[in-house]
Design a protein around this ligand. Structure first.
Ligand code: S3P
Ligand code: PEP
Length: 404
């Protein structure tokens, strides 16, 4: 699928959709399942990134190519470092070769790992020779990506003395670190987090355990946007919990201010357009804990003609693309006005002026999915629409189901 043209939506948005398990939870549990084979996982993510992860973990060849899957790249760096007697080249897409891993590689090397850069220092591909790591204390910078920390935490209970991890400076995307710790705790790993130090005790085996993954909140964000932009709309999504491990569940609170009410019913959430919205209100949010929903929120505000000021966005520059630049470029094509710095984005209250604009997606699934709800306003086209498969392969079928 190359260019996907979406006609202006005229129908009231409604319907029921099943979304598969969180990509983040799935990728953590898949690593843990290698250490604890009696762990069973249900409602796993059907995303490309989870499938790539699953294949990489059972790889027997000399090279693993992880494509665009950043979380998988970071988690596998630690996984292969502790896999004794293995040797692998861990590589990825062109973009992956420009997403930094030095902080993680330095931390693993200080624990005794054998990792070499194959091309550019600080970036994949990596040549990793797996060995027993005998050290158990590490210091790490926390402000670039939480994935480095989660990566270390996931292998920590397999180290002979566990791990004492001390942060240097601020920490970004904290809910993802808490998710990692919560999953370890669910498997019976003893751990603590006090001030700047996390302690993980060794855990060679676990009791039989089945974990049912909650569905993906980042994927749910596109329906929040669609409902916010569509009067009288109602969409039901399964399977969600009121007490989520996913930081993106903050969506339910954020979208209250964008006219969407969330009701938890059995295992589902029902999103309803309340019609209560004050478009002259400024959306002023710090998204340091939920970076993946930034694009969705900016586009919703643009569609509603609202001003929005987002902070805590410094990690967006090193994701699938530079998401700050991508947002500015594409919103301005439609007639909006956006100002960005390295960590903030300001959207002026503006109207969509141009129709039938083709939105570039920059190999970024979230660019495609975030802009789709603007079809409630104008006919629009999405370039390379199949990029969505990175996290949500059935997105277009599901989107069509509730919009036509
Ligand atoms: O640990 C995870 O599953 C993730 C952590 C976040 O990355 P950063 O910590 O790099 O912001 C997030 O953006 C990514 O999509 C998934
Ligand atoms: C940033 C993302 O993923 P990753 O870092 O795993 O490529 C994402 O899914 O938005």
């Amino acid at each position: 699928m190359e260019l996907l043209k979406i006609d202006k939506i005229t129908k009231t948005v409604s319907g029921t959709i099943e979304i598969t398990g969180s990509k983040s939870e799935t990728n953590r549990l898949l690593v843990l399942q290698q250490f604890y084979p009696n762990l069973k996982i249900e409602n796993t993510s059907n995303s490309d990134d989870a499938i790539l992860m699953q294949k990489a973990l059972v790889n027997t060849t000399s090279e693993v190519n992880i494509g665009h899957a950043g979380t998988a790249m970071r988690f596998l760096t630690s996984y292969f470092s502790v896999k004794e007697n293995s040797e692998v080249i861990l590589t990825g897409s062109h973009r992956m070769k420009n997403r930094p891993v030095k902080i993680l590689v330095d931390a693993l090397t200080s624990l005794g790992a054998d990792i070499q850069y194959v091309e550019k220092e600080g970036y994949p591909p990596l040549k990793i020779k797996g060995k027993k790591l005998t050290k158990g204390v590490v210091e790490i910078e926390g402000n670039v990506s939480s994935q480095y920390i989660s990566s270390l935490l996931l292998v920590a209970p397999t180290l002979q003395n566990g791990l004492k991890l001390k942060f240097k400076g601020e920490i970004t995307s904290v809910p993802y670190i808490k998710m990692t710790l919560a999953l370890l705790a669910e498997l019976g790993v003893e751990l603590s987090w006090d001030d700047d130090t996390i302690l993980i005790q060794p855990k060679p085996t676990i009791e039989d355990k089945t974990v049912v993954v909650e569905s993906d909140w980042s994927s749910a964000s596109y329906y929040y946007s669609l409902v916010a932009l569509s009067p009288n709309s109602e969409v039901k999504l399964s399977s969600y919990k009121q007490h989520s491990l996913q930081g993106d569940s903050v969506l339910a609170n954020i979208y209250k201010n964008l006219g969407v009410e969330t009701t938890f019913e059995n295992n589902s959430i029902i999103l309803k357009n309340t019609g209560h919205l004050n478009p002259s209100k400024l959306m002023d949010l710090n998204l340091i804990g939920a970076p993946d929903i930034a694009q969705t929120i900016v586009v919703t505000c643009f569609g509603l003609g609202m001003e929005c000021y987002l902070t805590g966005l410094h990690t967006l520059k090193i994701k699938e693309t530079d998401r700050l630049v991508a947002l500015k470029t594409e919103i301005e094509k439609l007639g909006g006005k956006v100002e960005i710095t390295n960590e903030t984005l300001q959207l002026a209250s503006s109207k969509i002026i141009n129709e039938n604009i083709s939105i570039a997606t920059y190999d970024d699934h979230r660019m495609a999915m975030a802009f789709a709800p603007l079809a409630t306003r104008v006919s629009i086209a999405i370039e390379e629409a199949n990029v969505v498969s990175k996290s949500y392969p059935t997105f277009w079928e599901d989107f069509k189901k509730v919009t036509s």
